[in-house]
Design a protein around this ligand. Structure first.
Ligand SMILES: Cc1cc2nc3c(=O)[nH]c(=O)nc-3n(C[C@H](O)[C@H](O)[C@H](O)COP(=O)(O)OP(=O)(O)OC[C@H]3O[C@@H](n4cnc5c(N)ncnc54)[C@H](O)[C@@H]3O)c2cc1C
Length: 441
């Protein structure tokens, strides 16, 4: 073998991973199908790290925003993606937006010119037996996807996400909502938000009238299997459909009235920390602004802060909490690591961050060392911890980095102070972790 690690996929994650491994002195074969006869329905060029939609890396505020913090942490680890983004940034207020052409050209040049990387324009259809990182993204080639599905078992690779909104627990009004399970079966595991008849009718009308996102042409055949039907599609089927579906109030005694509510919205715990709760059955194609407006009319959610809003997209991702170990290795075939959006993280920055971590773990392993996990108080550690075990495997759906993935802070403080407290704590934790790991070689 003329290389130490093969990386499959030269997107945001694969390019970052190739750079990190190469800088640590390892030889990399980067296999990218674009430019070699393959393509995805979303990419338009054969450049590495092409941004397929927006040109934004979102907030660059490292003091009050989790993705801004992630930028800063990646910069501390010599991230190529962040270096290229900083070099080609365009004015966008506090956000980090980039000239996408110049950004992708910069990444492509840096990777191409690195003597430790060989970029091969080839499509890979099978799982390799040598050390490899699979970073083929949300639009993974179909043969490789089949190979992943065959290795990981039925249902462990999703082809579409069906994302229900996720709410920060501490933003739910528990004077209105209450904890209970239907018919008191099992523990009081759900948060229940009650609606009376007029509230329910207004809510259904708002769902029907709300502005929806459009599917891309190549997504139009999105399968609405029962169980992941968008909430607004159910609402359109008739005024009672939701009340006999995810919003049924039967078996739930509201402690304020002693009766079952006319309708209910239930939230289920979504991470081991108990900081994030997903709205059960509320996958939706409503526009993000509409989701916030309409879902805040639900009693108990008037001040809800959303860690993630709903969506449905074509998106290949594996059930990482079940399949991967804490260093992103496939448990059943540990020569393979996964990185990028296929691990169930969401977004350009998160994908590159997981690529960076996968490469650092692989480099340490090949040197016979063990890289300590980044602390869960950091953005890197929180994201990694979520996808490799913190998330509930049964309801696992793609996730952006956010403060709800970090252990809660003790005590209560104002929102702005709280965010700063999270990032202060993260910086301290990162610098302790960085001391021994900063040098890739
Ligand atoms: C339509 C669409 C719009 C999006 N919009 C945004 C957005 O606005 N903002 C945002 O942050 N995120 C967005 N995303 C998510 C975005 O795709 C990811 O954030 C990011 O690109 C994921 O990085 P990645 O490296 O995991 O995958 P990608 O960047 O997609 O890279 C994967 C690479 O693997 C290659 N590949 C696939 N299969 C094979 C194979 N079998 N052999 C060899 N190579 C292969 C592909 O050609 C591609 O270059 C969007 C996704 C889609 C599909």
């Amino acid at each position: 073998m003329s290389f130490d690690v093969q990386i499959i996929g030269g997107g945001l994650a694969g390019s970052e991973a190739a750079w990190q491994l190469a800088e640590s002195g390892l030889r990399v074969r980067l296999s990218e199908m674009r430019g070699g006869g393959g393509n995805t329905p979303a990419h338009e060029t054969d450049r590495l790290a092409e941004m397929v939609c927006s040109n934004s890396f979102r907030s660059d505020d490292a003091e009050h925003n989790a993705v801004g913090l992630l930028h800063q942490e990646m910069r501390s680890l010599d991230s190529l993606v962040m270096r290229a983004a900083d070099k080609h940034r365009v004015p966008a207020g506090s956000a980090l937006a980039v000239d996408r052409e110049a950004f992708a050209a910069e990444v492509t040049r840096a990777v191409d010119q690195n003597p430790n990387v060989t970029v091969v324009r080839e499509r890979i259809d099978a799982l390799p037996d040598h050390p490899a990182i699979i970073a083929t993204g949300p639009l993974t080639g179909s043969k490789l996807a089949e190979a992943i599905a065959a290795e990981t078992g039925e249902g462990a690779l999703a082809f579409f996400d069906a994302i229900a909104p996720i709410v920060h627990r501490d933003s739910i009004d528990m004077d209105v909502a209450w904890m209970a399970a239907r018919w008191d079966k099992g523990g009081k595991d759900y948060i229940n938000c009650p609606l009376d008849k007029p509230q329910y009718e207004d809510f259904v009308a708002a769902l029907v009238d709300g502005e929806k996102m459009r599917f891309h042409d190549w997504e139009k055949d999105t399968p609405y299997f029962e169980g992941c039907m968008p909430i607004e599609v159910m609402a359109e089927r008739g005024p009672e459909t939701l009340r006999y579906g995810p919003m049924k109030g039967v078996g739930l005694d509201d402690p304020r009235t002693g009766r079952w509510p006319y309708a209910v919205v239930q939230l289920r715990q979504d991470n081991a920390l108990g900081t994030l709760w997903n709205m059960v059955g509320f996958q939706t194609k409503l526009k993000h602004g509409e989701q916030v407006r309409i879902f805040r009319t639900i009693p108990g959610l008037e001040n809800a802060e959303f860690a993630r809003l709903g969506g449905i997209h074509r998106n290949s991702f594996i059930n990482s909490p079940k399949l991967l170990d804490d260093e992103l290795r496939l448990k059943s075939k540990p020569n393979i690591r996964f990185a990028g959006q296929i691990t169930g993280c969401e977004g350009y920055v998160e994908s590159a961050a997981v690529g960076l971590l996968a490469a650092r773990f692989a480099a340490a392993e090949l040197r016979g060392e063990k890289l300590p996990l980044p602390p869960v108080e950091t953005a890197l550690g929180a994201l990694l911890g979520h996808i490799t075990g913190g998330a509930n495997a049964e309801t696992f759906q793609p996730m952006n980095v956010n403060f709800g993935l970090m252990p809660p802070l003790p005590g209560h403080s104002k929102k702005a102070d709280r965010k700063k407290a999270y990032t202060d704590r993260a910086r301290e934790a990162l610098s302790r972790w960085l001391e021994p790991v900063k040098e890739p070689a």
